[in-house]
Write a protein that binds this ligand. Sequence first.
Ligand code: AMP
Ligand code: GLY
Length: 421
Amino acid sequence: MKVLVIGSGAREHALCWKLKQSRHVKQIFAAPGSDGMAKVATLVPIGVGEIDKLLAFARENRVDLTVVGPEDPLVAGIVDRFQKKGLRIYGPGQNAARLEGSKAYAKDVMRRHAIPTAGHKTYDKPEPALEYLTHCDYPVVLKADGLAAGKGVSIVEDYAQAEAAVKECMVRKRFGDAGKRLLIEDFLQGEEISVHAITDGHNILPLCLAQDHKRVGDGDSGENTGGMGTYSPLPQVEEATSDQIQEEIIVRSVHAMNREEVPFRGTMFVGVMLTKQGPRVLEYNVRFGDPETQTILARLKGDLFEILSATVDGKLDQVQADWDERTAVTVVLASGGYPRDFAKGYKIHGLEYDLGPDVMVFHAGTKKVDGEWFTNGGRVLSVTALGQDLQEARAKAYAAIEKIRFDKMIYRKDIGWRGMK
Ligand code: AMP
Ligand code: GLY
C-alpha cells in the first residue's frame, strides 16, 4: 500500500515512523515533510494548504490512504474533497472538523448533549462583551472563536486586561476573521490532560492518556506554546476518572455528532481539565496532538495502518491495539525565543549518535545542507524515550539530549513532574 502523510512536524515524522512498521505499507509520501523524515518517507514538495495539488498527487500516484496531520486542511474540507474523488483519506469531514474550527460551535454541541465543560457566553460585538466584563468574576478566559494557531486564548485577571484582550481580538482584529466572535469562559482550576480517541463514528478506540506541558518554562512558567513535552501513562489519574472521561466526554461526544448528523471519523483529541467537580472539556481538536503523538505512538503495540484504514472503512471494531506497559516521555528541543521570535539556521550537533532502541528522535524544524543538520523552526526536535517507569524514561530522554546541541537550544527539564509527585 502507498500512504500519503500531510504535514511536516515531529507529529508527522512519528506517524510516518509508525506507519513504516506496518507490513501493509510499501511506500510513504510526506507532503511537504522535512529532511528529517526522508529516511522513512519520500518527500513531496506540496504545502498542507494546496488541496488541489495534493489531490492530483494522490490520484496520479495511486495513493491508497492519505493521513492528515494538522487541523487547517481538515477545517478547509480536504477530506470531503478527497472523498468526492473516491480517494481514501483519514480524518473528519469539514462539518465535523468545526469542533476544532469554531469554539462557539463546539460549545453549542456540548450544551445540547450535556457534555461537561466550563460555562461561557458568546459575543459578536465588543460592547456587550465589555459590559459583561464589568461585573463578572475574575479570572475569566477569553477565546477567539476560530483557528488562531494556539494564540487565541487569554486568561485575564481584571477588567483592564480583559478590555485590552477584547479590543485586540474584535477591534484591531489580531486573529482576522477567527476573532469575529469571542467566547468568555469561566476559569477552571485543575490539572489538564490530553485525551485521544480514534473513532469511525460508531466504534471507539481510546488511545492512552497523555499530558502535555504547554508553558515554555520549567514549573509551568512563561508563555503558552504548542507543547514542550508529554508523557504517558499518567500515574496520578485513577482508572475511575479515566472511565468517567470515556463515558461522559468521549462516548457522549461521538454520539452527539451522530445525533447532530455530522458523524465524526478520525482522531478526537480532547483537552480535559480534571476539576474538583469532575472532568471538563477545555477544547476539542480533530487531529493528533503534537507532541502527544510522539509519546502515544511510542507505546502503541499494533499496526497503525490497519487502525487508520479500518477507521476510514467504518470497521474499527475489527482491529485492536495494545499498549506497551512502559512509560514514554517526549521532550521538545526548541530554539531560544520560541514561541515568539527565534532565529533559524543554527548547526545541530549530535544527530549522528545511535541512541539505542528505546530512544527516538523526531524532527520538527530541521534542514539538511551538505550532510549537516541546521535548525529550521521554533520547535526543532522531539526526543522520545521508553523506560520501565517515569523516572527511567525521563532519565533516558535527558541522557539522549545531553548528546544533542545547537546554539540557543532550550527545553524543559521537568517533563512529567506532575506524575512524579
Ligand atoms: P484551548 O486552546 O482552549 O485549549 O486553550 C489553551 C489553554 O488555555 C489550555 O490548554 C488551558 O491551559 C487554558 N485554558 C483554556 N480554557 C480554560 C479554562 N476555561 N480555564 C482555565 N484554563 C483554560
Ligand atoms: N499539544 C497540543 C496540541 O497539539 O494541540
